[in-house]
Design a protein around this ligand. Structure first.
Ligand SMILES: Cc1ncc(COP(=O)(O)O)c(C=O)c1O
Length: 384
């Protein structure tokens, strides 16, 4: 039985809770910021980790065939994507995988594209690798976000080497449709652009939505790499385990060489155990979680509607993208004001400077935390 109960995460070395408490010098706030969940992961996962610990030997590990079969079956069962075991390259963090991929597939000075507003670490990911960053900003119209395909083609024509693609898209909550992905792949193929499809949020799919992995297009275009992880889905980010799916032999060999050169052989022992369990016996827990997140979204939407504040329709992820601009406040001012009422949301400007007045709210929280958070938010809004 899924139980999305509230956890007190202070004094657990939590980046979200302890990190902010250290920064602001108090621990009376409720955090809806960093993208991890504030309830326990699925019981079979904690049971498996416990059992593994009780065994006592915490020595070197290897990634066995069972692991590859489980990943392969997950993609087939949930997304109807057929992959081969040897295409799967396990790694630690998704960001490490993305960074190494950028290094092996592009040279310094090769332009790399992202589509803002987007996960705030994509920008340093490209900048720290000394690749010129090209932003193909999403189009925001009628409270929906879409890809600017005309601009994308113009930029591709000028010579983009690689696109870091977010699928589903953090923070705007879009689950890209088959048609959109198909158009993207056609253009990437026409202009010879690598696509790194970051699918870390791919399992968090809301009512009436279907997630299409870019893996559906592996046969059409060989310069696609899918990067996925159970870290958001099952609240395992602290274990640092992910997978790259690389059908193209040349790219795969380059990537494996890069990992060997850096002695990054596989996810750690606890990550391996958690990933195997998550992807084999936790489908029901995930369905229950997706319902829970969707209910949280509806609750926030209803609350904000009374203030004439809208949010992007949540198709996927657990991240709400809220347009507070009717309040005529900057994201900085909103952040500080909300903190006075002991509620922390993330600033929209972290995801794009153009979205001042927006905030991101993570609703992977218990009912109890959400209710208390909304009551504080209402007080903060009433005071403006
Ligand atoms: C789209 C996206 N990619 C990657 C990450 C980070 O993943 P990891 O911690 O495995 O590097 C996040 C975390 O929020 C994310 O939203």
């Amino acid at each position: 039985m899924a139980d999305f109960k509230m956890l007190n995460r202070f004094n657990t070395s939590s980046a979200k809770w302890d990190g902010m408490a250290n920064k602001i010098g108090k621990d009376t706030f409720l955090a809806f910021t960093v993208a991890d969940s504030d309830y326990p992961t699925a019981k079979p996962i904690t049971d498996a980790l416990q059992k593994r610990l009780e065994h006592g030997a915490l020595g070197y590990t290897m990634v066995d065939n069972e692991y590859f079969n489980i990943i392969k079956q997950w993609y087939k069962r949930r997304y109807d994507v057929t992959i081969k075991n040897h295409w799967i390259v396990p790694s630690s963090k998704v960001l490490s995988g993305l960074s190494f991929l950028i290094q092996v597939l592009t040279d310094e000075n090769d332009p790399v594209m992202l589509q803002s507003p987007v996960y705030n670490v994509f920008e340093p990911l490209i900048n720290l690798n000394n690749r010129p960053l090209v932003d193909n900003a999403l189009v925001f119209n009628n409270n929906t976000y879409s890809i600017d395909f005309e601009m994308l083609e113009k930029q591709f024509k000028k010579g983009i080497k690689l696109l870091v693609f977010c699928n589903p898209h953090n923070p705007v909550g879009r689950v890209w449709s088959y048609e959109e992905l198909s158009r993207l792949v056609t253009l990437a193929k026409a202009y010879d652009v690598y696509i790194l499809s970051d699918e870390i949020h791919g399992d968090l799919i809301m009512e009436n939505q279907t997630f299409v992995s870019l893996g559906k297009f592996f046969e059409d275009y060989e310069k696609i790499v899918v990067i996925s992880a159970p870290s958001k889905t099952f609240n395992l980010a602290g274990l640092q385990g992910s997978n790259m799916i690389i059908p193209n032999k040349n790219i795969r060999e380059k990537m494996k060489k890069k990992l060997s050169k850096n002695f990054l052989s596989s996810p750690n022992m606890m990550a391996l155990t958690a990933i195997k369990t998550a992807y084999s016996v936790c489908d029901d827990w995930l369905e229950a979680q997706n319902d829970h997140i969707y209910n949280n979204y509806l609750k926030v939407k209803e609350c904000l509607a009374t203030y004439n504040i809208s949010l992007a329709p949540l198709e996927g992820t657990y991240l709400l993208w809220i347009d507070f601009r009717p309040l005529k406040q900057t994201s900085d001012a909103l952040f500080n004001h909300f903190l006075k009422y002991d509620i922390a949301l993330a600033k929209g400007t972290a995801y794009s400077k153009a979205y001042d007045g927006f905030m991101r709210m993570n609703v992977a929280v218990s009912k109890e935390q959400l209710d208390e958070g909304l009551s504080r938010l209402k007080k903060a809004l009433d005071a403006l």
